[in-house]
Design a binder for this molecule. Structure first.
Ligand SMILES: [Zn+2]
Length: 523
C-alpha cells in the first residue's frame, strides 16, 4: 500500500510502453484482461507452451466505446478498487498505443463524473497524461499536461515513488520540464534529509529530463543534471548514454563528450562502443580513433598525454564515509575515536593494507601460494613502494612485529568490540580499513583480497553502486600473477578527458581493463 492507500499496480507500469506483452504463464491473466479479450478489444495468442502474447486491437469506434463503458460498469459493481484501476490503466495504455490521447481524456471525464478518492484521481490523471507520451512533443497540447499536473501536485507528493515517477515523462514533453527537477527534489525531501539520495525509480527518469533539455537546446541545464547526479546508479548512467547518442543527428561529437565530461568514474559501457564509432563517422569533423593497447604506461601511446584516473570526490563519497563512521561509532566507539586521532596525525598514505589478508597469504606457507616463496617485508618493500598503513587484528601485530622497523610501514590494531563478541555487529576491521582509505582517498590504494560485498550491501540504496566502483578502482588484489620486475600500479581511466587535440575516452566498464581511445580530429 502506498501512502494514499493504493495497491501498486504492476500492469499499469509494465503495459505503459509495450505494444505487445509477453508473459510466461497464462495464469497471470487477470479477470480484467480476460474481459478485454472476450470482448474483442485485445487479442490473445499462444506462441508456444510457455509463452503467449496479448495485442491491442487498433480501432475503437463509438460502439466499441459503449462496450467499454458497459464492461466497466460490470466491474464497478464488484467494488474492487485494484480491478477498477487496472481497467483504467488498460484504457490509457490503449490510448497510448493507438496514439489517441483524446480517448484517454474522454475516459478521464467519464471517470471523474463518479465519486472517487484523491488517490484514485491521482491515478486517473497520471494515466491520462501518460497517454500523450506515445506522440512527438510537437504533436501535443502541452497546456493540458501542465494543467493536469498542477491539479494533482499536492496529492502526488503523498504517493509511492513508482506512482510519482509517472509524472515525469509527460511533463518532460512540455516546456515545464525544468519543474521536474524541483518536483523530484521536493518529493525526495519528504522521505530523506539527503536530496542526493534520489530513489532509484526517480533516478531512472533523469535521462528523460536531460533529453527534454537537449531538445530545447538547453545544454547548460542538461549538463547541470548530469553533474549533480554523476555518481549515482550505473543503470541511470547507462540509460543516459543511450539517450544522448540518440541525439547524434543534431549534436556534435564534441558537444556529446562535453555534456558527459562531468561523469568521472563510470566508463563507456562495452555495448555502446559500436554506436559511438558510427557517430564519429557521421560527425562533420573527421575523427581518427587510436585504441591504446593498455594503460599500464599511464601515457597515451598516440598523443603522449597523461591518462587520467577515475575521480571520486563527490558528495556520495562523503556520505559513504559518514555511513561507515556511524557504524563504527555505534559498535566500537573507543577504538574508533583513537583511530580518528591516529589518522589525523598521519601524513599521506599510499596503501591501506588489509593485514588479515596478508596473514592469510604470507603466514600460511603450507598453502604454497606465490607469496609463500617471499618474506612479508620483502613483499611490502618491493611491491608496495611508498607509505603503507596496515590495519589488522592484534594477532597480526604479535606475529609480524619486525616489519614495523621500516618507517614506511605503519600499523593500527583493531580489537574485537563487545558488540562483535555478542554478535550484535558483524566484523568491523574491514570498516576501519575502508574508513582510512576514504580519508586518504585521492592518494591511496586498498590492498586486500576482499570485495567487501557485505559492507557495501548495508549502505543506502544509491550509494551501493558508487561504493563498488570506488572499491574496485582502488583495490590491488590480482598481483599474484605479476612478476616483480613488471609490477605497476593498476590505473583506472577517467571516462571523458579533453586533450590538446581531441578526446580520451575510456571505453570499458570492466574497471581493471579499461581501454582508452585517443580520438583526434583529422586535419
Ligand atoms: Zn592520446
Amino acid at each position: 500500500m502506498n501512502r494514499l492507500g493504493l495497491h501498486l499496480r504492476p500492469w499499469s507500469i509494465s503495459l505503459l510502453k509495450l505494444h505487445m506483452l509477453t508473459m510466461n504463464s497464462e495464469r497471470y491473466l487477470s479477470k480484467v484482461h480476460q474481459m478485454f479479450i472476450n470482448n474483442g478489444l485485445m487479442t490473445f495468442s499462444q506462441t508456444n507452451k510457455k509463452n503467449f502474447t496479448i495485442q491491442w486491437n487498433k480501432e475503437l469506434d463509438e460502439r466499441g466505446y459503449e462496450k467499454l463503458v458497459g464492461m466497466f460498469l460490470e466491474i464497478e459493481s464488484e467494488n474492487k478498487t485494484p480491478q477498477l484501476l487496472q481497467f483504467d490503466s488498460l484504457v490509457s495504455n490503449w490510448a497510448f498505443n493507438t496514439k489517441r490521447p483524446e480517448l484517454a481524456e474522454r475516459w478521464l471525464n467519464f471517470r471523474l463524473q463518479k465519486e472517487c478518492s484523491r488517490a484514485v484521481k491521482v491515478s486517473l490523471v497520471l494515466d491520462y497524461i501518460n497517454s500523450f507520451t506515445g506522440l512527438r512533443p510537437e504533436e501535443i497540447d502541452e497546456q493540458k499536461i501542465i494543467n493536469s499536473v498542477r491539479e494533482i501536485k499536492t496529492d502526488i507528493m503523498n504517493t509511492d515513488n513508482i506512482t510519482f515517477a509517472k509524472v515525469i515523462p509527460p511533463l518532460c514533453m512540455t516546456s515545464g520540464y525544468k519543474s521536474c527537477m524541483e518536483l523530484m527534489k521536493e518529493y525526495t525531501k519528504i522521505f530523506t534529509k539527503d536530496v542526493y539520495l534520489l530513489p532509484k525509480n526517480l533516478a531512472y527518469r533523469l535521462p528523460d529530463v536531460v533529453d527534454a533539455a537537449i531538445r530545447k537546446d538547453d545544454f547548460k541545464f542538461a549538463a547541470e543534471i548530469i553533474r549533480e547526479h554523476k555518481d549515482i546508479a550505473n543503470h541511470f548512467l547507462f540509460k543516459l548514454w543511450k539517450g544522448l547518442l540518440k541525439h547524434s543527428d543534431t549534436l556534435s561529437v564534441d558537444r556529446i563528450f562535453e555534456l558527459f565530461s562531468s561523469v568521472d568514474n563510470f566508463n563507456l559501457p562495452h555495448s555502446i562502443e559500436d554506436d559511438l564509432l558510427q557517430i564519429l563517422e557521421k560527425d562533420q569533423k573527421q575523427w581518427k580513433v587510436f585504441k591504446n593497447r593498455s594503460i599500464k604506461g599511464k601515457h597515451c601511446e598516440n598523443c603522449g598525454e597523461k591518462i587520467e584516473p577515475h575521480v571520486f570526490d563527490g558528495e556520495g563519497i562523503e556520505m559513504i564515509k559518514t555511513n561507515i563512521s556511524a557504524t563504527l561509532d555505534r559498535h566500537n566507539k573507543d577504538r574508533f575515536s583513537t583511530f580518528l586521532q591516529f589518522l589525523h596525525s598521519l601524513e599521506d598514505i599510499n596503501y591501506v593494507v588489509d593485514g588479515m589478508w596478508l596473514n592469510h597469504h604470507f603466514i600460511m606457507k603450507e598453502k604454497k601460494t606465490f607469496h609463500s616463496t617471499m618474506e612479508l617485508e620483502d613483499y611490502l618493500h618491493q611491491y608496495l613502494p611508498g607509505r603503507k598503513l596496515i590495519i589488522a587484528r592484534n594477532v597480526f601485530f604479535h606475529q609480524n612485529e619486525h616489519i614495523f622497523d621500516d618507517p614506511d610501514v605503519i600499523g593500527f590494531p583493531v580489537n574485537y568490540s563487545d558488540d562483535e563478541r555478542k554478535k550484535s555487529a558483524s566484523s568491523l576491521d574491514d570498516l576501519f580499513l575502508l574508513y582510512a582509505a576514504l580519508q586518504f582517498n585521492q592518494s591511496c590504494y586498498i590492498v586486500t583480497g576482499d570485495y567487501m560485498r557485505d559492507h557495501i550491501s548495508k549502505l543506502k540504496e544509491n550509494l551501493t553502486e558508487l561504493c563498488s566502483r570506488w572499491i574496485l578502482s582502488k583495490s590491488i588484489k590480482t598481483f599474484q600473477r605479476v612478476s616483480p620486475n613488471t609490477w605497476e600500479l593498476p590505473i583506472t581511466a577517467k571516462p571523458f578527458v579533453k586533450t590538446k587535440k581531441g578526446w580520451h575516452i575510456s571505453t570499458s566498464d570492466r574497471i581493471h581493463s579499461p581501454r582508452v581511445w585517443c580520438i583526434q580530429e583529422c586535419k
